[in-house]
Design a protein around this ligand. Structure first.
Ligand code: ZN
Length: 172
């Protein structure tokens, strides 16, 4: 028997959170616009996911996540400079945004983060902006339900038709 009312694998969970980094608020999402994720499918960092297991709706918790359970340790890879012309006009070059690049040698898709750009060059770093950081979360479980079969197949929650474009339709 699984307990229906606590966070566990294959539950769609809504959480409100405040993320503190270096004693400053880095990001937050309140109860009216919670973060929705599918538990047990690597939607969120492991240190946070593990801390939420077993929580009930309305329960609050403060969680400290070390880099190894968060966004990893900082690697000493140098930032990579990409030709600005690789990017289509109007491309969102906001610093911190992730890009997916293909490694020329291994053909692996890697994620890099924009650190700087000018008219000619876009500089990206393979480190996540929060790599090496200890993360302090204040969290509250706002809602909780069983995932739908299609959500389990896709490995992420569906929140309505507007969220379906990226995964080829998941309306319910
Ligand atoms: Zn989907």
């Amino acid at each position: 028997m699984t307990n229906e009312n606590v966070v566990a694998d294959n539950k769609v969970v809504d959480i409100a959170y405040t993320l503190w980094v270096d004693d400053k608020v880095y990001d937050s999402s309140d109860a009216s616009d919670p973060l929705k994720y599918l538990h047990g499918h690597n939607n969120i960092i492991p240190g946070l996911e593990n801390a939420i297991v077993g929580m009930k709706i309305g329960e609050k918790k403060s969680v400290v996540v070390e880099p190894k359970d968060g966004y990893g340790e900082i690697s000493d890879d140098e930032p990579i400079s990409l030709d600005r012309s690789m990017f289509p006009a109007g491309f969102d070059l906001t610093v911190g945004n992730p890009l997916h690049l293909q490694d020329e040698d291994t053909e692996q898709i890697i994620t890099a983060y924009i650190v700087d750009y000018d008219d000619n060059v876009v500089k990206v770093d393979l480190n996540h902006p929060l790599a090496g950081k200890t993360l302090a979360f204040d969290i509250e479980v706002i809602d909780l339900r069983d995932a739908l079969p299609m959500e389990l197949r896709h490995g992420h929650p569906h929140t309505g038709c507007s969220s379906c474009a990226g995964c080829g339709g998941g309306c319910y």
